[in-house]
Design a protein around this ligand. Structure first.
Ligand SMILES: NC(=O)c1ccc[n+]([C@@H]2O[C@H](COP(=O)([O-])OP(=O)(O)OC[C@H]3O[C@@H](n4cnc5c(N)ncnc54)[C@H](OP(=O)(O)O)[C@@H]3O)[C@@H](O)[C@H]2O)c1
Length: 291
């Protein structure tokens, strides 16, 4: 199959290039095609005449979205609509990547694809608008919501770091760290997510929303604890609250995604987040760059 990837130089985009490697992949970076530019997107898609388009392009810095809503809506909403319209014209299936932050966290139990959305921050609102614009423009769309990404390649929108590397870096500078314990999520390894997205496009599963994360759940504090255990690093970890951290954007206290649609369609769910983290940590120190 011919597959175009937007956001191909991002953390997930790089792993998608590998996972989809048995297909004819056209990776497009931000410099190759700005998804906010409707004509550029249409031209790029028309040129390839793909069977599939994966949109992993996004403004991903949650706090920056809060202070620059216009840029967030351009990339995350208008851009998503542009990609979907180009897919509709080219008769290509679309995989559009979205987020757990479309939910408000009040459920305090894993969110189903059918649960009502209510984002707490501009990033989440812009991503939810992107879901609507994509589905509105093109019926043949998979919306893939995921959570807490980390992977071998830098998260470009977050200054090149992921949470694991940030923790390990800070542990090299300080003997004690405070980590938020009242936000619960499922950290997800981009290598696993890319493999699952590949399974999805090859599955023939019905169009719609697919929650796609590693299994299990933890707070950021528990995530950090496991990172240091696996790294064999002794650092004093203290629990803190999101309120005392006081980030510009509010985040849901609980944003675990039940991968129900994947299960319903007989597509394997991903392994537990601890298993994924162990594989990520084992790969550190190889020649691959780490976020
Ligand atoms: N990171 C997370 O924890 C997380 C959690 C849940 C969901 N997600 C979703 O997962 C997807 C992949 O995120 P990621 O972690 O791979 O982030 P990333 O490393 O920041 O990658 C995003 C990519 O999008 C590109 N991009 C930004 N604006 C663009 C535009 N207007 N036109 C074309 N390309 C543009 C960026 O290029 P430049 O850097 O060159 O601008 C970057 O390569 C996104 O949809 C994100 O919302 C991420």
């Amino acid at each position: 199959m011919r597959i175009v990837i937007f956001g191909a130089e991002g953390q997930l985009g790089r792993d998608l290039q590998t996972a989809l490697g048995r297909h004819a992949v056209t990776p497009l970076s931000h410099a190759d095609a700005d998804i906010v530019d409707e004509a550029a997107v249409r031209d790029a898609v028309t040129r390839v005449a793909p069977d599939w388009v994966v949109n992993a392009a996004s403004m991903t810095h949650v706090d920056r979205c809060e202070s620059d809503a216009i840029s967030a809506f351009k990339a995350n909403a208008v851009g998503a609509g542009n990609v979907a319209r180009a897919c509709a014209s080219a008769h290509a299936g679309l995989v559009h990547v979205s987020t757990d932050y479309v939910f408000d966290g009040r459920k305090m139990a894993p969110y189903l694809e059918t649960d009502p959305t209510r984002p707490l921050n501009v990033y989440g609102v812009s991503k939810l608008a992107g879901e609507y614009l994509a589905c509105n423009a093109h019926d043949e769309t998979y919306i893939v919501r995921t959570s807490g990404l980390y992977g071998a390649h830098p998260c470009r929108g977050k200054g090149g770091k992921n949470f694991v590397e940030t923790m390990l870096h800070l542990a090299g500078e300080r003997s004690s760290l405070r980590v938020v314990d009242d936000e619960v999520l499922t950290p997800t390894f981009t290598e696993d997510l890319a493999a699952q997205l590949t399974r999805l496009v090859e599955s023939g599963a019905p169009w719609g929303i697919y929650h796609t994360t590693n299994a299990g759940e933890c707070s950021w504090y528990e995530f950090a604890t496991e990172i240091f255990r696996l790294a064999g690093i002794h650092v004093t970890l203290e629990k803190t609250t999101a309120a005392s951290w006081n980030a510009p954007a509010r985040r849901p206290a609980y944003s675990v995604l039940e991968n129900a649609a994947l299960v319903d369609n007989g597509i394997d769910v991903l392994p537990d987040w601890k298993d994924a983290l162990r594989r990520y940590m084992a790969g550190r120190g190889s020649s691959q760059p780490r976020g």
